[in-house]
Ligand binder design. Structure first.
Ligand SMILES: Cc1cc2nc3c(=O)[nH]c(=O)nc-3n(C[C@H](O)[C@H](O)[C@H](O)COP(=O)(O)OP(=O)(O)OC[C@H]3O[C@@H](n4cnc5c(N)ncnc54)[C@H](O)[C@@H]3O)c2cc1C
Length: 461
C-alpha cells in the first residue's frame, strides 16, 4: 500500500513465511493477527472473525491471559465489590463462537521484513515451559496491547506501590486490602483502639477517584461479613495529586462536586502534591512530609510498554506509544495498525493525542475493522474521526458525575446522579454487546442485574 493507504498491487497477497501451521490450507490463508484482547482488541477480533473468519482468512488473537475482563471494572474487582469470575470472558470459547483463533502467549516482538510476530515461551507457576516461543506469520497486524502505569522514574514506585493494570493486580490489591482489614480487627481486639487501614492513592484521575469511593463502599459492607469492628471509620484514604485539582478531564464544577462527595466519605485530597518516593509503608512528598500508608496505589498516568519504543523501527512518541496516521496505520508500515492506549494519534489541528480511554479503543477498533474491509475490497482507507462522548466518573453507589458531549445535545453537558449512572453503566453494556452480539449481550446484562440481587455484595477471597 502507499503511504496514504491506497492498496498497492494485490492487497491480499499471501506472505510466504512459515507460521508454524502444519496444514497447507492455513498457509494459503490471509492472516490477520491482533495482539491484545482488551477493550479494543477483543471487539476487533470479534468483528473480524464474524466477517472473515470462516472464509479465506485466518484471524488470530495473541493474548497473554486466558480470560478478558473489561479494564474499567478493575477498581471494583480490587475493592471486592465485583467478582471478576462472573464478568470475565474466556478467549478460547469466544474465538470458537466468533470465528477467530486464540493464541495464548506473550507478544515479544516483530520481524517486519519477514512479517512475523514473535511470542515468548510461556511458563507455569513452577517455571516449567508450557508453550514454546512461536513465530506467527501475518499479512496484516493490529497492535492493541494497551498501556502501563507511568512511574515517571520515581524511586520506590515499582518496588512498593500497587497497580491496577490487569486482573492479577486487582486480585492482589484485594487480597492485601482484606489482610489489612483483618489486621486492624485483630489490633482492635488487642486493645489498639485507634488502629486503621491507611491507603494512599497517587493520581486523581478517574481510576484513583473511582477506587477511593469504591473502598468506602466496601468498608461499609465489611461489618456484615464477620469483621464486626470494621467499618468505613477505620479506613483512611488519601489522594495525592500533582496538579491543582482532581479529575482534570472533567469541568471544574463537576470535579468540585466529586471532591465534596469524597471528602464527606472521609477521603483526604492533597492537590499540588508531588510524590518524591514510595516507601514500604509510607509515601514521601517533595515538601518533606511523609504520610503512612499500608497500601499505595499508583494511578498517576499511562504510557506505552517500554518495548514499543524500539519495535523493529516503528515510530513511537516519548511515552512509548506507536505513532499512527489517520488511517490508524503506523507511520512506517502500512501493514501494521495500532489502536487504543498503545497508540498515539493526534488529529489535525489538535494539540495532543487522543486520550487513553475505553471509548477511544472502541471507536478505533471499529475504524480498523472498516479499513481492513476497505483493503479486502480494494477501496481507499478511511480516516479515523474521534467522537468524544464525554467523561463519566462513578463514585461507587454514592454518586456519578460527568459530562456528555455530542451532536444531539449540541456540545458539552454536565450530568450528575441517576442520569450519569445510567450513561456510565451503558458504556460497559455497549462493550458487552460489541463482544457478544445483541442477543447474548442483552442476556448477560439481564444476568448481571439478577446477580446483583442474589449474590453477595463483596468478594472476600
Ligand atoms: C481502573 C480503571 C478504570 C478505568 N475507567 C475508565 C472509564 O471509566 N472510562 C474509560 O473510557 N476508560 C477507563 N479506563 C481506561 C480504559 O480501560 C483503557 O483506555 C482501555 O482499556 C484501553 O483499551 P486497549 O484495548 O487499548 O487496552 P486494554 O484494554 O488494556 O487491553 C490490552 C490487552 O493487551 C494484552 N496484552 C498486553 N501486553 C501483552 C503482551 N505483551 N502480549 C500479549 N497480550 C498483551 C492485555 O492482557 C490486555 O488484554 C480505566 C482504566 C482503569 C485501569
Amino acid at each position: 500500500m502507499t503511504a496514504n493507504g491506497e492498496p498497492q498491487g494485490n492487497p491480499l497477497e499471501k506472505s510466504q513465511e512459515n507460521s508454524g501451521d502444519k496444514s497447507k490450507e492455513k498457509q494459503s490463508k490471509t492472516q490477520i493477527v491482533v495482539v491484545g484482547g482488551g477493550a479494543g482488541g477483543l471487539e476487533l477480533v470479534r468483528r473480524l472473525g464474524d466477517r472473515f473468519g470462516r472464509d479465506d482468512y485466518d484471524i488470530i488473537l495473541v493474548e497473554r491471559n486466558r480470560t478478558h475482563i473489561w479494564k474499567p471494572l478493575l477498581h471494583e474487582v480490587a475493592a471486592g465489590s465485583l467478582d471478576a469470575n462472573m464478568d470475565e470472558v474466556g478467549y478460547g470459547g469466544h474465538g470458537v463462537r466468533w470465528g477467530y483463533r486464540f493464541f495464548y502467549g506473550t507478544f515479544a516482538g516483530i520481524d517486519r521484513e519477514k512479517r512475523l510476530v514473535h511470542t515468548a515461551p510461556l511458563k507455569d507457576e513452577d517455571g516449567r515451559e508450557i508453550i514454546a516461543a512461536h513465530a506467527i506469520r501475518y499479512d496484516y497486524l493490529v497492535l492493541a496491547v494497551g498501556g502501563v502505569s507511568n512511574d515517571f522514574g520515581i524511586p520506590g514506585v515499582l518496588e512498593h506501590a500497587l497497580f491496577l493494570e490487569d486482573r492479577t493486580q486487582a486480585d492482589h490489591f484485594r487480597s492485601k486490602l482484606l489482610n489489612a482489614c483483618l489486621r486492624v480487627t485483630h489490633n482492635v481486639a488487642q486493645g489498639q483502639t485507634d488502629s486503621m487501614v491507611r491507603i494512599a492513592i497517587v493520581g486523581a484521575g478517574a481510576t484513583g477517584i473511582e477506587l477511593a469511593a469504591e473502598l468506602y463502599n466496601a468498608a461499609h459492607a465489611l461489618r456484615h461479613y464477620g469483621l464486626e469492628v470494621f467499618d468505613e471509620t477505620r479506613l483512611k484514604v488519601t489522594i495525592l495529586e500533582a496538579g491543582p485539582r482532581i479529575l482534570p478531564a472533567l469541568p471544574e464544577k463537576l470535579a468540585e462536586a466529586a471532591a465534596a462527595e469524597l471528602e464527606a466519605l472521609g477521603v483526604e485530597i492533597l492537590t499540588d502534591t508531588i510524590v518524591e518516593e514510595v516507601q514500604p509503608f509510607a509515601v514521601k512528598m517533595k515538601d518533606g512530609k511523609t504520610i503512612p500508608a499500608e497500601l499505595t496505589l499508583w494511578a498517576a498516568g499511562v504510557k506505552g510498554p517500554d518495548y514499543l519504543a524500539s519495535l523493529d523501527g516503528l515510530e513511537a512518541d516519548p511515552a512509548n506509544r506507536l505513532v499512527v496516521r489517520a488511517s490508524l496505520q503506523t507511520t512506517r508500515d502500512d501493514r501494521i495498525f495500532a489502536i487504543g492506549d498503545c497508540c498515539a494519534y493526534t488529529p489535525e489541528n489538535a494539540e495532543r493525542p487522543i486520550p487513553p480511554r475505553a471509548q477511544a479503543a472502541h471507536q478505533m477498533a471499529n475504524q480498523v475493522f472498516e479499513n481492513i474491509v476497505c483493503i479486502t475490497e480494494g477501496r481507499p482507507l478511511k480516516d479515523f474521526v474521534y467522537n468524544d462522548r464525554g467523561s463519566l466518573v462513578a463514585l461507587s453507589r454514592f454518586s456519578t458525575v460527568g459530562s456528555l458531549m455530542g451532536n444531539l445535545i449540541g456540545g458539552r453537558m454536565a450530568i450528575e446522579g441517576r442520569l450519569a449512572r445510567i450513561a456510565y453503566t451503558s458504556l460497559y453494556r455497549m462493550h458487552l454487546i460489541a463482544i457478544h452480539g445483541w442477543i447474548k449481550g442483552l442476556a448477560l446484562i439481564l444476568v448481571g442485574h439478577v446477580n446483583r440481587i442474589v449474590r453477595p455484595k463483596l468478594k472476600l477471597h
